[in-house]
Design a protein around this ligand. Structure first.
Ligand SMILES: [Zn+2]
Length: 661
């Protein structure tokens, strides 16, 4: 097995660089209010939850057996993600109260740090003396990764180095514990996260040792003899009889129990997405980062193979991934059940992270399309419109009977968003993505600027030695029009690459009022226009958004004979509140009129879709459960709302995939 080594002269280099979140201001439109709610509602609510559940006080390391609020082994990561979200938010809009809270938490983290750099509340008070003895399950490196990401973000947001220094000391300690050198543990974390975090730490500090450590973790994964077994033996256990291995054996992973951790094979040999979905997403994000930094094409090739498997065979129309409750994992190709869909919010967030990294290599719109589809559907369905309650699982169909009768007792599966979870990874993950969304809109490369997402925003960037201001004015995804203004400080030549989404047919574009034949200029999903630009040059883009009926692959058994409605990037659903009960009965016939209307008073202002539909005459079903198939159908009109907005009114039925043709 070849080992990757940083090779900064290699030819495989990523071509694009994202314009940093700090340099992009999102204003109004669809996302401006969301960022504001994130700042004013979500961040304080999540802080209160961390405080009230004991997560923050746990950092004081005062907990003793018998006390309430026993620290959990992943608690540090929840706080870390909250700090990271707060950091992005602070840079966009200073807020003394939030900054004070963050500084107080950082002080606790500093005090909780051991002399040798180690930080972990669980192993400080619950199982002292057992640190690094069970990295297979216990998330120490995962927690460290989130703390590192938070420290990098806080440094970039505020310029304060204290937290970054704390985390460099911790990373140095980890570097002294793990590796191939004599006396080190030849291991890696059961839950990937540290790998991508170390790349961030390398980028901000320039310290190559962090990049090398990340390479090591990725490269070591799945090798034999298996580290997880060596670790069990070191604990004095029989690896075959360890409780986790036994429970994984019972969960029937086709590729073996270690596939749950993507450790069944070395990462370059993995061709299908197996096991825990969030871990796959974080691992692939790190692999893409390392390919970009080291030029290791074999890592990018592996990412591309896994990408094809995920997005062509294992992804829901909402960008949800990982259908199975309990083990939160992938199953098999085309297995996308609707009512029982797990689709952890974090997994969709991870898919956005991965897509964003992949698109920076060649500026290929196929990645941007999935990034957008996931963002507008499976990601933001995870948070209520009010900003203070969250979905962990994101079902594609729901019936209250499933929960009223306690068929699923798992709070993560409930059809109502919850204020918090015992394992609360998703809420702060949503907060950090929302606060840093600016980073996903634009990229630059030599003499070229990319517009990936249509979000009302403004950015000032440097190309060569010249500055250029780019701005977008749009009500997307409700409205088809996007106005882009290019304002270089002085006349300059540059290529502007504007994404033409894969879902769109017949896009029209005008430059300073003059129509341009788009088809001559589109490359990999981007319209590329190289010209001399002067201050105030305008592009008007129109992306027609008819309501489309979408069908699923014939092998996707749950959706056979069904259609979903989409308009632009948004997936739609039917809710009981608008359409009554028995939503599965609704049939959308061929030729049904589908019309879209903006309703400013509904669910924060949305475009609804009205469709002609058919249902069987219910009056003919007195006291019968089955009868000859001859019930006449009657015409009705149904109203669909964007999927992300479901469950913001009363709990009731919901479906995305309707009977239809
Ligand atoms: Zn989560």
């Amino acid at each position: 097995m070849r080992e990757i080594k940083p090779n900064l002269d290699n030819t495989l280099r990523k071509k694009l660089t994202p314009v940093a979140w700090k340099n992009v201001k999102i204003v109004d439109g669809f996302w401006g209010p969301r960022q504001e709610i994130n700042r004013t509602v979500t961040l304080p609510a999540e802080y209160d939850q961390c405080k009230n559940t004991g997560r923050i006080d746990a950092l004081k390391l005062k907990w003793k057996p018998g006390d309430p609020n026993k620290p959990h082994h992943y608690w540090d990561s929840d706080i870390a993600k909250w700090i990271e979200a707060a950091a992005y938010s602070l840079a966009l809009k200073p807020d003394n109260e939030i900054e004070k809270k963050v500084d107080e938490v950082i002080e606790l983290i500093e005090k909780a740090q051991y002399e040798d750099g180690y930080i972990n509340t669980y192993f400080s008070v619950v199982e002292p003396g057992k640190r690094w003895t069970n990295v297979y399950v216990m998330h120490e490196l995962y927690c460290a990764g989130h703390l590192i990401e938070a420290a990098v973000a806080y440094y970039e947001a505020t310029g304060k180095r204290r937290f970054l220094n704390i985390m460099c000391r911790y990373a140095d300690h980890i570097d002294s514990v793990f590796g191939r050198e004599e006396g080190k543990k030849r291991g890696y974390c059961g839950h990937q996260e540290i790998e991508l975090a170390l790349v961030k730490l390398y980028r901000v500090t320039g310290e190559e040792k962090y990049l090398k450590l990340s390479c090591y973790f990725i490269d070591e994964r799945g090798k034999t003899p298996h580290f997880f077994e060596a670790e069990a033996i070191a604990r004095g256990e029989d690896p075959e009889k360890s409780p986790i291995k036994e429970s994984l054996n019972r969960s029937y992973l086709a590729a073996g129990p270690y596939a749950y951790f993507q450790a069944h094979l070395p990462v370059r040999e993995q061709t299908t997405a197996e096991g825990h979905a969030v871990r796959v997403m974080y691992m692939c994000s790190a692999m893409a980062d390392l390919a970009a930094e080291t030029g290791d094409k074999s890592l990018l090739d592996a990412c591309e193979t896994l990408w094809e498997n995920v997005t062509k065979r294992r992804m829901y129309i909402t960008g949800g991934v990982g259908p199975l409750e309990g083990s939160e994992r992938f199953t098999f190709d085309y297995d996308c059940p609707n009512e029982s869909a797990y689709n952890e919010t974090c997994a969709s967030i991870g898919l956005v992270f991965w897509a964003h990294r992949m698109l920076q290599f060649e500026g290929d719109g196929k990645y941007t399309d999935i990034m957008e589809q996931t963002l507008y559907n499976g990601v933001i369905s995870g948070v209520s419109l009010s900003g203070d309650s969250f979905f962990y699982a994101n079902h594609l169909a729901s019936h209250p009977g499933l929960y009223e009768n306690k068929i699923s007792r798992n709070p993560r599966m409930l059809p109502e968003r919850q204020k918090w979870f015992e394992c609360s990874c998703c809420p702060p993950n949503l907060a950090r993505l929302t606060a840093s969304l600016g980073e996903y809109i634009y990229s630059k490369s030599e003499g070229e600027v990319y517009i990936h997402l249509f979000i009302q925003s403004e950015t000032e960037l440097e190309l060569g030695n010249k500055r250029v201001i780019l701005s977008q004015k749009t009500e997307y995804p409700w409205d088809e029009k996007i106005e882009i203004t290019v304002s270089p400080e002085e006349e300059m030549e540059l290529t502007l690459s504007v994404r033409i989404p894969g879902w769109c047919n017949g896009a029209q574009l005008r430059v300073n009022g003059e129509a341009v034949a788009i088809e001559h200029y589109v490359d990999k999903g981007y319209f590329k226009l190289k010209r001399l630009w002067s201050k105030g040059d305008k592009i008007e883009l129109v992306l027609p958004m008819p309501v489309e009926k979408i069908e699923a692959h014939p092998s996707m058994r749950n959706n056979c004979g069904r259609i979903a409605l989409m308009r632009g990037p948004l997936v739609y659903c039917l809710e009981e509140t608008d359409n009554g009960k028995d939503l599965n009965e609704i049939f959308i016939p061929a030729g049904s009129t589908l019309s879209a209307h903006f309703d400013k008073d509904m669910l924060g202002g949305i475009v609804t879709i009205c469709a002609d539909a058919l249902i069987r005459d219910k009056s003919r079903w007195e006291n019968q459960l089955y009868k000859r198939a001859e019930t006449p159908k009657e015409k009705i009109t149904v109203k669909a709302i964007p999927y992300y907005a479901w469950s913001n009114r009363k709990v009731g039925e919901m479906i995305v995939w309707m009977q239809g043709e």
